[in-house]
Design a protein around this ligand. Structure first.
Ligand code: ADP
Ligand code: MG
Length: 253
């Protein structure tokens, strides 16, 4: 049965989407069947895998709000083994529109149950909030992968995230586990990065991935070309490290 991993952190700009797209693409590259689920109204994972949002007819909104069959929404990307449930700005309304609906927290879970067997990994890119969209993602997932940017205040807000994880475990998804904590955007030239690594390891211990993602200009360029790094520049440091992460995720089971 496919493993469902939510990539979550309510802070914006920590590398959630970069990790969703590139972990997804690297898992596909090593032969896994991967479904990427874009649950952020900004739709950056959608455009980052080469899907033109203007041409998307049905998106995750239709699944969550209008009960449209997932199979009618899934799109093949340009990358072999990598499919996506896209998001468009239409999703921005869902957070509010879902509030008065029945089983509002389990809609994504129900939808993915029908198709998760067809994949080895389902990767969910969460929005930068702890609202109903992220709750849907955590409820639908086996594990949550938390990207943490190697910056001042790296741990800030994480207790809130962990609290949300505990609430979801208690009320909605008793089996939810922490997949791992990923340090991102490390600038190896500064001492700050090293300090943050120490601090995060003290807090999360063996949950921290050995692979640390460096700040890499090619990683920031790739989305504007609609390509994951493994396609855009397979020889870059960014590609190498996301491939390492994919292997670590596979080994961890
Ligand atoms: P989030 O989804 O958490 O908001 P993103 O993945 O969109 O964060 O990353 C925020 C910005 O930082 C984007 O412009 C992205 O291209 C850039 N970025 C992410 N990771 C790296 C990295 N390792 N090196 C350089 N730029 C990065
Ligand atoms: Mg994002």
């Amino acid at each position: 049965m496919g493993k469902v991993i939510a990539i979550a952190n309510q802070k914006g700009g920590v590398g959630k989407t970069t990790t969703s797209v590139n972990l997804g693409a690297c898992l596909a590259y090593i032969g896994k069947r991967v479904l990427l689920v874009d649950v952020d109204p900004q739709g950056n994972a959608t455009s980052g895998t080469g899907i033109d949002k203007a041409e998307v007819e049905r998106c995750i909104y239709d699944i969550l709000v209008d009960d449209v069959n997932v199979k009618e929404v899934i799109k093949q990307t340009e990358i072999e083994n990598l499919e996506i449930i896209p998001a468009t700005i239409q999703l921005a309304g869902a957070e509010i529109e879902l509030v008065p609906t029945i089983s509002r927290e389990v809609r994504l879970k129900r939808a993915l149950e029908m198709i998760r067997n067809e994949y080895d990994y389902v990767i969910i890119d969460c929005p930068p909030s702890l609202g109903l969209l992220t709750i849907n993602a955590l409820t639908a997932s086996d594990t949550v992968l938390i990207p943490v940017q190697c910056e001042y205040y790296a741990l800030e807000g994480l207790s809130q995230l962990l609290n949300t994880v505990r609430l979801v475990q208690k009320h909605l998804n008793i089996d939810l586990m922490i997949e791992g904590v990923l340090l991102t955007m490390l600038d190896a030239r500064t001492n700050l990065g090293i300090q943050v690594i120490d601090e995060v390891k003290k807090y999360f211990q063996d949950k921290v991935y050995k692979t640390i993602i460096p700040r890499n200009i090619r990683l920031s360029e790739a989305p504007s070309h609609g390509k994951p790094i493994i396609i855009y520049d397979p020889r870059s440091k960014g590609a190498e490290m996301y491939l390492d992460l994919a292997k670590e995720v596979v080994v961890n089971g």
